[in-house]
Design a protein around this ligand. Structure first.
Ligand SMILES: NC(=O)c1ccc[n+]([C@@H]2O[C@H](COP(=O)([O-])OP(=O)(O)OC[C@H]3O[C@@H](n4cnc5c(N)ncnc54)[C@H](OP(=O)(O)O)[C@@H]3O)[C@@H](O)[C@H]2O)c1
Length: 362
């Protein structure tokens, strides 16, 4: 029996994780956490002794989990990521923002804790599976697929007036609002690029991104002999969630098999980084290293919030991130306190950039 601490239990990943845990007698929920949602009814329904709407570390200390599924959205998930890595407790990581912001510190904590770090992001779970058992010198590079989001094929002029509800109409995935907007700007793929760098230890020039609108191929690995190994399946987060929670065994799910007989056409194209500059900005921030990814992430969180709550326009999100990155020197952080300070300074600068953009439009 594995004891699972589910953080972000009320969100899109969290709810699907509850379904997987309910359906698997080898998994037992030992803790639930959310942000502002009251968890008492959910805890009673699932018979969970520990809940938290605040201190994730205190919750994890109290509940003694075998696996921490971190499905909190944003930088707020960082303490839980670090706790699991430092204590050698298996970390099933959906909260990509924590690894993007604190990559170097997180890897050092993993070295000390020596626990498993299992990606829940579907592309990274696919890569993990395609890479498993392969020697590093066999690998030429990896490919992350992107759906392209709801605005694929649009020009910048067409994006000037898109609304919150346009951005939230994702063609293939049902997800929380922040990641859905990130998919529309391609920031999500930028965050995933940095996440892949830290998870698999590959330099950025060996991590490609291609647009694949149906999201059936989740990721590919290029081998030096010219072969390309792909991971396919219906786009359904219950598969990577189940994989991470049941690893190294492989649990069953109720996710339908991919129907090949009714015809499957796979198309791929290069991402349009001129119209969607956040992917390019993320690659540059990743390559710059230090705390540039932390600054990128913080500015993006602020800008997405300002877009969702209004009145920052859609194209303003990338502008805020670009201006915030340009104003930061982003040295490496020696510890979490320094990182938290850099994150918080970047948020102040991003809010100023939002204010200036809004002022210029008034
Ligand atoms: N959704 C997907 O299909 C998907 C796929 C791949 C990766 N991810 C990643 O998984 C993470 C979660 O995404 P999501 O779509 O599930 O988001 P979501 O639907 O917005 O849910 C976010 C969850 O985080 C909780 N939360 C927010 N602030 C918190 C805090 N300070 N402390 C503790 N919990 C907090 C929320 O609780 P409240 O309800 O109380 O606000 C909610 O349970 C993100 O990092 C995302 O990038 C998601």
């Amino acid at each position: 029996m594995k004891r699972v601490a589910l953080l972000g239990a009320t969100g899109s990943v969290g709810r699907q994780a509850l379904e997987i845990i309910e359906g698997n007698p080898d998994l037992e929920l030992c803790a639930l956490a959310a942000g502002s949602t009251d968890l008492s009814a959910l805890a009673e329904l699932h018979g969970v002794p520990h809940t938290s709407g605040g201190d994730l570390v205190a919750l994890l200390e109290a509940c003694e989990p075998d696996v921490v599924l971190n499905a909190v959205v944003g930088f707020a998930g960082l303490p839980a990521t670090m706790w699991a890595l430092e204590h050698g407790v298996t970390l099933a990581l959906a909260n990509k923002e924590s690894l993007v912001a604190a990559g170097e510190l997180a890897l050092r904590a993993r070295e000390r804790g020596r626990g498993l770090l299992l990606p829940v992001d579907s592309e990274h779970s696919a890569l993990f599976q395609c890479l498993e058992g392969r020697a590093p010198d066999e690998i030429a590079g990896v490919v992350l697929t992107a759906s392209g989001g709801p605005f694929r094929g649009r020009t910048r002029a067409e994006l000037e007036r898109v609304t919150r509800s346009d951005a939230l109409a994702h063609p293939t995935w049902q997800m929380g609002t922040k990641i859905t907007v990130d998919s529309a700007t391609l920031a999500n793929k930028g965050l995933e690029l940095i996440e892949a760098h830290f998870l698999f230890g590959l330099p950025y020039d060996r991590i490609e991104v291609v647009v694949h609108p149906t999201s059936v191929v989740h990721a590919l690995v290029r081998l030096h002999d010219g072969a390309l190994i792909a991971h396919l399946g219906n786009p359904d987060m219950r598969v990577p969630i189940s994989f991470a929670l049941t690893y190294p065994e492989r649990g069953t799910t109720t996710v339908p098999q991919l129907d090949l007989e009714s015809g499957l056409t796979l198309t791929f194209e290069a991402p349009d980084v001129e119209t969607f500059p956040l992917l390019k900005l993320a690659r540059e921030a990743g390559e710059a290293g230090g705390t540039a990814p932390c600054v990128l992430n913080a500015a993006n969180e602020v800008a997405v919030g300002a877009f969702l709550d209004g009145p920052l326009p859609f194209l303003g999100i990338a502008e805020v991130v670009e201006r915030t990155l340009a104003a930061a020197d982003a040295p490496a952080a020696h510890d979490l306190d320094e990182l938290a300070e850099i994150d918080s300074d970047a948020r102040v600068r991003a809010r100023e950039a939002v204010g200036r953009l809004e002022g210029a439009r008034a």
